[in-house]
Design a protein around this ligand. Structure first.
Ligand code: ZN
Length: 143
């Protein structure tokens, strides 16, 4: 029995060593999307800090609004004055966060090098994600 326990301890030790060897994550690896401030009014959902979220993602709020409306198959309206997005559907903060992550990985993160230093370019009917770090270009689904 003690042999097993020793092996376990070795394993834990190895794991610990492994974690210690992993360098701390650079700011490139983590991307903190602001926590969506969601309130529900009747059958509508309001994202109060929508503009702040779009700015953090470095994308046009109108594009992000269109993405969410398409994904949620609902209508809505973005108010540039208040910075709020109203969606004509009841949706939880958790679901909104999931879609924000999809947006981040599809329209912000470079699939080649993982950088978030990117921009979206419209070329005719095509949208292209251009990476400012490695120069890769990736067509992305239209809005
Ligand atoms: Zn890149």
């Amino acid at each position: 029995m003690s042999g097993v326990r020793e092996k376990l301890r070795d394993y834990e030790y190895l794991l610990q060593r492994l974690y210690e060897k992993v360098p701390p994550k650079s700011s490139e690896d983590v991307y903190e999307i602001p926590e969506p401030a969601v309130i529900r009014i009747g059958s509508q959902t309001v994202i109060r800090n929508f503009r702040e979220i779009a700015e953090k993602l470095n994308r046009d709020p109108q594009l992000l609004a269109r993405f969410l409306q398409k994904e949620l198959a609902t209508g809505g309206s973005y108010d540039p004055n208040s910075g709020q997005l109203v969606l004509n559907i009841k949706v939880s903060r958790k679901v909104i966060k999931q879609f924000l992550n999809v947006f981040l990985n599809t329209y912000v993160r470079c699939p080649t090098c993982g950088s978030y230093h990117t921009r979206l370019e419209r070329r005719g009917r095509t949208w292209v994600l251009v990476c400012l770090a490695c120069g890769a270009e990736q067509p992305v689904p239209p809005f």
